[in-house]
Ligand binder design. Structure first.
Ligand SMILES: O=P(O)(O)OP(=O)(O)OP(=O)(O)OC[C@H]1O[C@@H](n2cnc3c(O)ncnc32)[C@H](O)[C@@H]1O
Ligand SMILES: [Mg+2]
Length: 296
């Protein structure tokens, strides 16, 4: 057997679950890769925007489905490859019930009307404009708790909470603004700096630094429903933090000077911003993925 692939196949031939499952146990958790331990056979490509897993030198096989100790999903964590007894009990009479306690990769078609969960009207308008003709978006403003962590962790968690809240498929997005001089902070916490400082004062955050370079990062997550593993799509655009120029309608648009044109996002036409923006790039990846999956 391939030393990097630890795989067992199980056939379930009951009427309620006539699928074959592959039990994958990657050698170590890795960022941006599927964390589910159960996938239906012929798994779909899941993390189109992230690198492929690197084989780990770690000898013990383990898999982390969720690592935040304060998270309601913490019980889904498998730290080590289960013992023989553990496996036997897992696949005993409670097998179907046990499956429900693991995050599963998306397996169904994406509905042609998709719930985009956001409370940000400007975000919504951009996403609707970029996805026009690709998929119909419905918006629900659900007040979602946002955890602390990397943007991938924050977005994944947001998607799981949103899917739980509406009990169905969801699209969510989280936006970061990262300052190189601050080792990528404030990142996912930019919202709180925006609320405290506003677009006219934000640039003062880098007053003590020569390096004003910044990166806008947008991460979308699609989650098929409660208990399913979110799929991520990420886009990044380089620029600089500058004193506000242009309309202060949308977040830090007037403080982010796009490297390509020297204009702030706020000085650009919306359609021009969408072509080069962090959000536009992430949605290009999502569009490619949806093209093969939307339920028409
Ligand atoms: O309900 P959600 O989707 O979470 O909406 P939000 O406004 O809370 O958004 P985030 O959590 O992603 O926080 C990102 C912050 O960055 C701002 N922002 C997001 N996208 C932006 C963009 O393209 N240009 C400028 N500011 C943006 C946004 O207004 C927030 O202050
Ligand atoms: Mg938010």
């Amino acid at each position: 057997m391939d030393p990097n692939q630890n795989q067992q196949t199980f056939n379930l031939n009951s009427n309620s679950n006539p699928h074959q499952y592959v039990f994958n146990t990657p050698r170590a958790p890795y960022q941006g890769q599927p964390e589910s331990s159960l996938q239906q056979q012929q798994p779909l490509p899941q993390f189109e925007s992230f690198p492929q897993p690197q084989p780990s030198t770690q000898s013990s096989l383990h898999q982390t489905l969720q690592s935040n100790p304060h998270d309601p999903y913490k019980n889904k964590t498998i730290h080590n490859l289960p013992s023989r007894d553990h496996v036997r009990s897992f696949f005993s009479g409670n097998f179907i019930q046990n499956i429900k306690h693991l995050d599963m990769a998306p397996t169904s078609a994406v509905p042609s009307q998709l719930n985009f969960i956001t409370g940000n009207k400007n975000k919504l308008a951009e996403v609707q404009a970029i996805l026009e003709g690709v998929i119909e978006l419905r918006n629900q403003n659900v007040d979602l708790v946002e955890i602390q962590g990397t943007v991938e962790e924050v977005t994944r968690d947001k998607a799981r909470r949103a899917a739980e809240a509406i009990q169905g498929p969801v699209l969510v997005e989280d936006t970061c603004l990262c300052f190189k001089a601050m080792n990528d902070l404030p990142g996912p916490y930019i919202k709180w700096f925006m609320l405290a400082l506003g677009p006219l004062e934000l640039h003062h955050m880098l007053d003590g630094f020569d390096d004003k370079s910044a990166q806008a990062v947008c991460t979308f997550a699609y989650c098929e429903g409660p208990g399913h593993e979110p799929v991520l799509f990420q886009g990044r655009t380089d620029g600089k933090l500058v004193a506000s120029r242009g309309p202060t309608v949308f977040g830090w648009d007037s403080c982010f000077e796009y490297g390509g044109t020297g204009q702030t996002y706020a000085e650009m036409e919306k359609s021009e911003k969408n072509k080069i923006s962090h959000r536009g790039k992430a949605l290009d990846k999502l569009k490619g993925w949806l093209a093969r999956r939307v339920d028409v």
